[in-house]
Design a protein around this ligand. Sequence first.
Ligand code: ARG
Length: 277
Amino acid sequence: MMKKLLSILLAVGMSVALMGCGGSPSVSSGVPSADSSPLHLAQAGVLTMATSAAFPPYESYDGENIVGIDADLAAALAERLGLQLKIVDMDFGSLIGAVETGKVDLCMAGMTASPERAKNVNFSTSYATGIQAVIVGEHSDIRTVEDLYAMLDEGKDLLVGTQEATTGYLYATKSVEEGGFGENHVVGFQNGAAAVQALMLGKIDCVIIDNQPAKEFVAANRALRLLDTEYVSEEYAIALPKTNAALEEAVNQALAELLEDGTVQTILDKHIHAAEE
Ligand code: ARG
């Protein structure tokens, strides 16, 4: 962590030093030029969007390309803003830091606009809703969320899988009184696909994950079943740096237009329809 911070600081220091040399600004050194436009982008002329691409239908790989709702929406936003789009893939837990430090301009990752995260980043208007859902193995006795609590009451060693650093992880690790299952009963995985893998291997009893990816995972695998019961409902939004009002305004303005003219709905329908077939 400290090392990373240091190298970021060094990189910033270096580009400041380069700019300070007073040479012609058009020298192509291979170093992306700092953005002098009012949007203060990570890279001039480019909207750099961070995501965590193991979360279909919001983001996943199709060959080498990252596709999905967030990729399409980011492309539409970039177009409105007259910018190129660059998508950077990283661990879900690194997204907020990347936005905070300005390494990227924003993040779109089916990310829930939670009060905890709002301490570090600003959120755009919401563009979609998510519901935390529960996946079990096809032969599991678990039928409802209440069955999970019954297992705890009976002293069974329930293990709930979630994706690290997600709201699902946060909820599940809370105490039973607060609507969770207690830290000892929760395993955090690097992403949803890894959690589902562990479920299929019988290492955990269920996976708590947002409903659209849940549907995709279940549709892709007969050995899985989705519970009818919903766990928690939330709003997805774009995370933006707290210190860039111009960018935030431009993004919210463009997003409002895309919500208004039906582009967002078309994008959602395109990908969510696929998940429900
Ligand atoms: N909505 C949940 C959250 O914000 C999960 C998002 C996970 N997204 C991803 N791209 N892996 O915590």
